[in-house]
Write a protein that binds this ligand. Structure first.
Ligand code: B12
Length: 217
């Protein structure tokens, strides 16, 4: 990595850690201006920053307000970089429709938003239901949008159990054969996805795109 590029990505990471949204937006624009791969900036600066601060928070060296500010700054950067990722992917002709959300009881949305952005960038239409999404809302979304795939994110060992409940509710509503279901989030695994009857699992956003491509082939 050239020195300048490294310096810019480091600055972007620091600004995300500091929760300085204005600076993150400015530096994200600069990333595009100087031609750095926007995906690399998302991974090496924005995600890396959130995870670094996360470590501190878990160890009691940072406060929850810092974490929330960092998450907001990261999303502000993502919205700028996403546009460039989409541009690089060429014009959009939707290759499929995905409804995504973080399950009920869980408000972590960084990972889910990255998955949603990369899917959009890869040419899929994404309907993001947000966080704390109950089964009923997923069911209504299947009826309303008729998506090819439902994606559920869960970041806690407690809320990953909701993924199973939501799949059961979708079955109860006689909609299971209408959609493919994929799950993800740090505590989830491929085995978990199989156990609860999901159609797929992915460890990160780039693999989520590959998974969706495979399922919709
Ligand atoms: C940031 C963060 C927060 C932020 C969230 C801000 C936001 N807007 O999202 C804040 C401060 C608000 C927060 C709150 C809480 N948090 Co928190 N948080 C984290 C932290 C540090 C990072 C999570 C993150 O964003 N990771 C980065 C993203 C990029 O990774 P990811 O989410 O895993 O997503 C990737 C993949 O998993 C995958 N993926 C994700 N979703 C999906 C979906 C599909 C369909 C697919 C295919 C793939 C996929 O792709 C993504 C991109 O590559 C983690 C610790 C850690 N290191 O993971 C704790 C952590 C998840 N939090 C934890 C806890 C306990 C909480 C709180 C309960 C704390 C409290 N006492 O209030 C609350 C939860 C409130 C609630 N009801 O949800 C625990 C969970 C423990 C457990 N039970 O499992 C963790 C593990 C920390 C810990 N070790 O204690 N948190």
């Amino acid at each position: 990595m050239s020195f300048e590029k490294e310096e810019l990505l480091n600055k972007l990471k620091e600004s995300a850690i500091n929760g300085d949204s204005d600076q993150v937006v400015k530096l994200s624009k600069k990333v595009i201006e100087v031609g750095i791969d926007p995906l690399e900036a998302v991974e090496k600066a924005l995600i890396a920053g959130v995870l670094e601060l996360g470590e501190k928070w878990i160890n009691g060296e940072a406060f929850i307000v810092d974490m929330i500010a960092a998450a907001e700054a990261m999303k502000a950067g993502l919205s700028i970089l996403k546009e460039e990722i989409v541009k690089r992917g060429g014009s959009i002709k939707y290759r499929g429709k995905i409804v995504i959300g973080t399950v009920e009881g869980d408000i972590h949305d960084i990972g889910k938003s990255i998955v949603a952005s990369l899917l959009e960038a890869a040419g899929y239409e994404v309907i993001d239901l947000g966080v704390d999404v109950p089964a009923q809302k997923f069911i209504e979304a299947i009826k309303q949008y008729n998506p090819d795939i439902i994606g559920m994110s869960a970041l806690m060992t407690t809320t990953m159990l909701k993924q199973r409940e939501i799949i059961e509710a979708i079955k109860q509503a006689n909609l299971r054969d209408k959609v493919k279901i994929i799950v993800g989030g740090a505590p989830t695994t491929e085995d978990w996805a199989k156990e609860i009857g999901a159609d797929g699992w992915a460890p990160d956003a780039a693999s989520a795109v590959e998974l969706v491509k495979k399922l919709l082939k």
